[in-house]
Design a protein around this ligand. Structure first.
Ligand code: COA
Length: 254
């Protein structure tokens, strides 16, 4: 029996969504994106579900957009950018709290999806990064979220360096809510989700909505277009080719 690339199960009042494409570090191909969005829509509609956990199988939460799927033409680039932001922001459209239980690499879109979640609980093995500039792209969703979540100075340190940030530093920066030993990750996420599930759901829904109403929407079209434009540069072709050939890219700024 073939396993699904996104598993969905309900444990009491908690929905658990597990990314299950470990051989590709749970990279978001079209199937993963469709199933993850469907799982969140299902959890949102299920009145018995009071909290949602997203986690990954294997050594990654997710390594982000599937680089092997990139087809970069003027038409697909705009579509990809718009669809990307819509997909990455989907936890924000769930009325119940969504917890990212981060088990390993959360890179690119994997990190950005976490930023759309209400809490990030990280294993000591979790590593966060927005490495898009390493292949010529920019993280169009993180740039609208990180400055609001952790402040402009820290967001610069994360976004402009594309460096790796471990769980402890993520906690210090403030985007990670708590760090736990690797083997206790799901236990802690389920415990926290269980605590949320005890609260009055309408009060929690109001709080989530009120907190998220602070998040910027107005600049999204600008970042969407900029990401689409970047996707058509020669540097992206070089960055993607270099990743696939497992070598360092040579960027020219064209
Ligand atoms: N898209 C498609 N495939 C990916 C991927 C991605 N974003 N990230 C990893 N993979 C694949 C690799 O190609 C490799 O497949 P293979 O075994 O068939 O060659 C497999 O997942 C394991 O990845 P690998 O790079 O060998 O693991 P690693 O431990 O050496 O490095 C990372 C882990 C996360 C540092 C590295 O995979 C990476 O940098 N990934 C790209 C992240 C990224 O740029 N995301 C943003 C995209 S816009």
């Amino acid at each position: 029996m073939s396993e699904k690339v996104v598993e969905y199960r309900v444990e009491g009042a908690i929905a658990v969504v597990e990314l299950n494409r470990p051989d590709k570090l749970n990279a978001f191909n079209a199937e993963v994106q469709a199933l993850l969005q469907a799982a969140l829509i299902k959890a949102n509609a299920d009145t018995g579900v009071r909290a949602v956990i997203i986690t990954g199988r294997g050594r990654a939460f997710s390594a982000g957009a599937d680089i092997a799927d990139f087809i970069l033409t003027p038409a697909t680039a705009v579509q990809m950018a718009e669809h990307g932001v819509n997909f990455l922001s989907s936890p924000e459209r769930v009325r119940k709290p969504v917890i990212a239980a981060v088990n390993g690499y959360a890179f690119g879109g994997g990190f950005e999806l976490c930023l759309a979640c209400d809490l990030i609980i990280a294993s000591e093995k979790a590593v966060f990064s927005v490495p898009e500039p390493r292949i010529g792209l920019a993280p169009g969703f993180a740039v609208t979220r990180l400055p609001e979540l952790i402040g402009v100075a820290r967001a610069r340190d994360v976004l402009l360096t594309a460096r790796r940030i471990g769980a402890a530093e993520g906690r210090e920066f403030g985007f990670v809510s708590r760090v736990v030993p690797h083997d206790e990750l799901m236990q802690e996420a389920l415990k926290t989700a269980g605590e949320i599930a005890q609260l009055a759901p309408l009060a929690v829904e109001f709080l989530k909505g009120a907190i998220n109403s602070r998040l910027p929407l107005a600049d999204r079209p600008v970042t969407d277009r900029a990401t689409a434009w970047l996707a058509l540069t020669k540097d992206v072709v070089e960055g993607v080719t270099a990743f696939q050939e497992k070598r360092a890219p040579k960027f020219t700024g064209e």
